[in-house]
Structures are given as C-alpha cells and as structure tokens.
Design a protein around this ligand. Sequence first.
Ligand code: NAD
Length: 500
Amino acid sequence: MRTVTHVLAEGASAGGGRQSDIFDPNNGGIQGKVDLGDADVLQTAVDAALAAQPAWAATNPQKRARVMFRFKELVEAHMDELAELLSREHGKVIADSKGDVQRGLEVIEFCCGIPHVLKGEYTQGAGPGIDVYSMRQPIGIGAGITPFNFPAMIPMWMFGPAIATGNAFILKPSERDPSVPVRLVELMLEAGLPEGILQCLHGDKEMVDAILDHPAIGGISFVGSSDIAHYVYQRGVAAGKRVQAMGGAKNHGIVLPDADMDQVVNDLSGAAFGSAGERCMALPVVVPVGEDTADRLREKMIPAIEALRVGVSTDEEAHYGPVVNPAHKERVEGWIQKGVDEGAELVVDGRGFSLQGHEDGCFIGPSLFDKVTTDMESYKEEIFGPVLQIVRAQNFEEALSLPSQHQYGNGVAIFTRNGHAAREFASRVNVGMVGINVPIPVPVAYHSFGGWKRSAFGDTNQHGMEGVKFWTKVKTITQRWPDGTADGGNKDAFVIPTMG
Ligand code: NAD
C-alpha cells in the first residue's frame, strides 16, 4: 500500500509517527496511508524556510514570475495525471477534477503579472522637499491549511500569491486527499523554485496547532468548515499572526416567477449535485417565489434529477461520483433522515443507491426535499452532499431575507429576467458573492473570493489584489534630502509635522 509523505527541503528530516488512511471513494476501501506530522517536523520545515526566504524575497519579481510561468506550463503538461490522481482520492469526475486544477491555475496566471501589482505608490512633494513612497514586502513565512474538496485549486489560491510576493510557504493539505497537493509542490520545485520556499506537511489537528502556535509563521490562510475556521482564526490571531479563515456555506438560489425555468433546472442540477454537492459554492437551497413558481420548479426538477447519472469518478458519462469517504456518506445520509424527521417532504430519496460492481462505494443518489422551513436543523446546517432543499417564499422580500439571515453568507444566486429586481437583490443581500443568472458565482482569479458571516473570519479575501495584500505588509517611507543650510533653533521641530 502506498504512503504519501511530506515534501520537505533537502536535509530536513520527516521522522516517524502516526499515519491516517486514504480511502478509495469508488469502492469504500483504503487505498493508501498518509504520514501525520507534528511540531518536530514543522520545525525542520520552518528552519529550511527561514534559511531560504531572504534570498527569494531579494530575487527580482520578474524572476519570481518566471517560475510561475514554468509551473503553469508544467501543470498543463501534467493535467491528465493530476486530474486522474485527484478523482481517485476525492471521487469527483475527471472533467470536474480538470476544472479544479484549471481554476487554481488561473490564480497562477494572475501571479505571472506580480511585478506589475507589486509596484508601490509614490507622492512627489508631499511637503516642502519631501517625497513619500510605499512598498509591499513579504511577511516572511506563510502557511496554508486546506480542505479536501478542492485539493488543487485552494492550495494554488494560497501558495501562488504568497510565493510570487516573496514569501516562503508551508502547505498543510487535507489528509483525506493529499496526493495532488504533493504533486503540485513537486512541480513548483521542478519549475525552478528554490528548496525551502514551498514545502508540504501532512497532518491533522496536532500539525494545525503546531502551525498556529509557531512564532516564525507570520500569516495563515485556512479554508474548511466554520467551527474549525473560527478556531484557527482565534488561535492564530491570539498568537499575533494575520489569519484569513474561510468556512462553510449554505448557498441559496432565488427563483423569481419570471425566470427561464428550463435554464434554472439545468443550472440547479449542476450546482446542487455536481461534485456530489461537496462544493462550498454549491446551491443546496432553492427558494422559488410564489406557490406557482415552486410547483413549476418541482415538476421540472424531478425528471431532471431522475436523469442524473451517478458513477465512478472515471466514468466519462457520469454527472457526479461518490462522496469522499464512508464516514461522509453516513453523515450525509444522516442529514437526509434528519430532514424527514423534522417534517420536510422527501420527494426524491437518494439513500440506498448502489452501483453494480462498486456496492461498497461511497455513492449517494440525488435527493430532493420540498417544504423545508427555516426552523429545521437540516436547513440551518451545511449538509455538503447531493441534497437539494426547496424553501418556498411568498414574495421577494421573504426570499431576500432567507440568505441574508442565514448563519452562512458565502454565495447566493438569483434567477430572473427582471434587471431591476436583480440589481436590488445584489445590493441588499447580506452575502459575499452574488450570481445573477449565474449559479456558481466563483469570482475570476483577478477578482477575489470570500464570503461573509460564518463563511469567513478575518477581513481579506483569497487571491486577486486581496491575496496580494494578505501576503504582504506595507512599508511607507517619508524622505527629505536637506540642502545643508539649516541654521538651528527651529522651534517647529517640536510640533507634530503637518503639510500645511
Ligand atoms: P475541515 O474543516 O474538516 O478540514 C479543513 C482543514 O482543517 C484540513 O486541513 C484538516 O486537516 C484541518 N482540521 C480538521 N480538523 C481539525 C481540528 N479539529 N483542528 C484543526 N484543524 C483541523 O473541512 P473539509 O471537510 O476538509 O472541507 C469541507 C468544508 O470546507 C466545508 O464546510 C466547505 O464548505 C468548506 N469550504 C469552504 C470554502 C470557502 O472558501 N469558504 C471552500 C472550500 C470548502
């Protein structure tokens, strides 16, 4: 059985220690082991990072960008291998795995322009003979702690901007699907990144706590579930670090009566069930406005769901594959039962789904609930599986209030032909990312990604200029070159300088 281990700088020692299982979602068995690191392994990585980072920060930004260019070419050349590896451990279908890699690569493309975005600000003559300029400098060593559901995209969201801006970076990916992050780190090194600038350490809470407490790590980017995001945020900030911590989600799709219902059903099928619902930007809640809209939606949704093909992750015809492991399958099915117990109407039941030849695989058929209400736990919490819940709203204001009052505020979508209503909705909704007739409004790489409320702790988004800001600190220089004619005795020197 293969073992996935840390990627450390040469000479650093991984030591022995605990391991955890990597499941095979297609058959429910165990396909490998991953080493779980501790504070000692982290220390070897930090030592290597400290040794390497000053020279990397001093490397001109164009040369740093060239490593990004080469990395992009390498990832493109290895796309099939990466997608196959990703599908094998995560369970998403190959085409979706390629999308996972591609969305991360788009952040790398943005990082190829890092010399341009790192240009500082300059004011000539801010006062008599005084110029002011500012520059962005790397924070030193950054760390990224990532979830299982985007094992390529999310590590690249983080290490791209961190490294391009001159930091060393320690990646702690999910222990559930660690192989793609390892390959990405290997490809960065192959692209010419110096030893010690990017290392990959595996682990669970023990490793995360060691990262949160390590005094040499200046910034931590986290993506995962909300309770852990909040914990990471609090502990990291208490240790004096900057922390951005993205959490869970429960995104709503609002359907106004004038929406193109065929388009809505098509979009919802992909957004609710794609990747088995294991996306933080999935649309697991649909809010039709008015009973007639709800009835029309439900009538069209049922056959669309029944037409979905669930298959192994290598099945090119499958719409989605298994969930990540047996424990997650059990958890999702538990939520379906909870919905039934709470009184929601289970219109399509995806439990008990079995795929011939893969009877022990982690498959869950698509499920549809109607008449879900806001007091139900199954509405309040994230299910993170192929389950779509219909919550009926009587009017626009009620529909607007549902995502606005929900504890999560990652993404939301509205489907309508009415530009005024869409504009009003986008402006008033209390959610971080909004789609207008776009079901999964993940911003492009040169904008930035981040939710509100319990979907994100901290104040800086991922990637784009927000990412650059997170991984750098501003230094501002106020300079004067006196002409040597000062005659002394200037009492103004004792007053706070103003530019009056
Ligand atoms: P998770 O919270 O279980 O794990 C995330 C990371 O935290 C992993 O690296 C894991 O090893 C570590 N971790 C787990 N338990 C820990 C603990 N007790 N203490 C410290 N660290 C711990 O999340 P997951 O199941 O891997 O990913 C799915 C979750 O991530 C969902 O809630 C999803 O909505 C969320 N997510 C959010 C975004 C976003 O941008 N908002 C994007 C993707 C996923």
